[in-house]
Design a protein around this ligand. Structure first.
Ligand SMILES: [Zn+2]
Length: 334
């Protein structure tokens, strides 16, 4: 049964199946939670369960996964089920039309017309207003599922008309087990992906561990004790990262590095290390810094990430970290 194939997310699944059983599924749903966590997959399974042609309906309600309707939804070919990914700016008019047109006609073969709109928070102006109109006056037999990792960016008027369903990150061992089962990678890669994914199963199942390690090496070079000593090169590197479109990735890796340093320093559970394949480097750096300094540095990196969200100057944020690190590594004058 398709609901059983979704790993984790027990609460959303129970809620949706209960709503199906009592035939009280809302006309508009908002699935929110971090990216690549399983929201879209669950939306598709729900669409299958709603329009499944198998009879009688199983208990708890579910899709059969094999009938014509289930198959068409799986392959994106069902005439009553539309999957859209919102974009901002260009293409918005098309999306407005698409949303409006989807609900004009009654369902062709299934009981309900369904639109699944991923990245719903990216819709602006006319497209968002078209969506709001559809949600305010839902055509009979319609179901709209908005999917968003930034629900706070949705129009409050849209949000207030949706039944909200929150998706939480999966547990580390759930992600690790799924990666092991589905990818058959060497064990260190399996663990690395599970930890780096932070509960986002989709990411763990898709990411290339070698590409991730190469990206990490590039950004962690910034914080090696050798490079923080060379002021000129250091400032140039900060500028280069800040001006690239890689600042967010760089800040993310730096955050994992400084969290790991604290963990190593205080003798925490090494299974929680993101960079568990770099324990020698972590140990060497940790031995040179007092624990209070490392906690301060880790807190500073966390604040850098929040600074990104607030559009603070990336170059200054990064320089702030590296200059703090350099000061901490310099031997104190006697
Ligand atoms: Zn079916």
């Amino acid at each position: 049964m398709p609901f059983d194939t979704i790993i984790g997310h027990e609460r959303p699944k129970r809620f949706l199946q209960a709503a199906l059983r009592s035939q009280r599924l809302a006309h508009a749903l908002l699935f929110h939670g971090e990216e690549q966590i399983g929201k879209l997959l669950t939306a598709r399974v729900l669409a299958q369960a709603v329009n499944c042609e198998a009879s009688p309906t199983p208990d708890p309600p579910d899709a059969c996964g094999v009938c014509r309707s289930c198959h068409q939804i799986e392959t994106g070919a069902h005439p009553d089920v539309t999957m859209l990914t919102a974009t901002s700016g260009k293409g918005e008019t098309d999306q407005t039309r698409e949303i409006e047109s989807r609900f004009i006609y009654r369902p062709l073969i299934g009981p309900r017309k369904i639109v699944i709109l991923d990245n719903a928070d990216l819709l602006r102006r006319e497209a968002a207003n078209a969506l709001l109109k559809t949600i305010e006056e839902p055509p009979p037999d319609s179901l709209i599922i908005l999917v968003s990792s930034r629900p706070e960016a949705l129009l409050p008027t849209i949000r207030s008309r949706c039944q909200e369903i929150r998706f939480a990150p999966l547990a580390l061992d759930q992600v690790e087990a799924a990666v092991r089962r589905q990818r058959g990678l060497p064990e260190p890669d399996t663990h690395f992906l599970a930890v780096i994914a932070g509960g986002r199963l989709g990411l763990a199942l898709e990411a290339d561990p070698e590409a991730l390690r190469a990206e990490r090496a590039e950004f962690l070079r910034l914080v090696s004790p050798e490079s923080v000593e060379r002021t000129g090169a250091l400032l140039a590197a900060c500028e280069a990262v800040a001006k690239s479109d890689q600042a967010e990735a760089a800040f993310g890796w730096l955050a994992t590095w400084f969290r790991d340093l604290v963990l190593v320093k205080v003798g925490g559970d090494r299974a929680r290390l993101v960079n568990s394949d770099c324990q020698a480097e972590l140990g060497a750096l940790a031995s040179r810094l007092p624990v209070a300094t490392m906690v301060d540095l880790a807190a500073y990196v966390e604040s850098m990430t929040r600074g990104l969200d607030r559009n603070l100057n990336k170059q200054l944020l990064l320089e702030g970290l590296l200059l703090r690190l350099r000061a901490a590594l310099q031997p104190k004058a006697a």
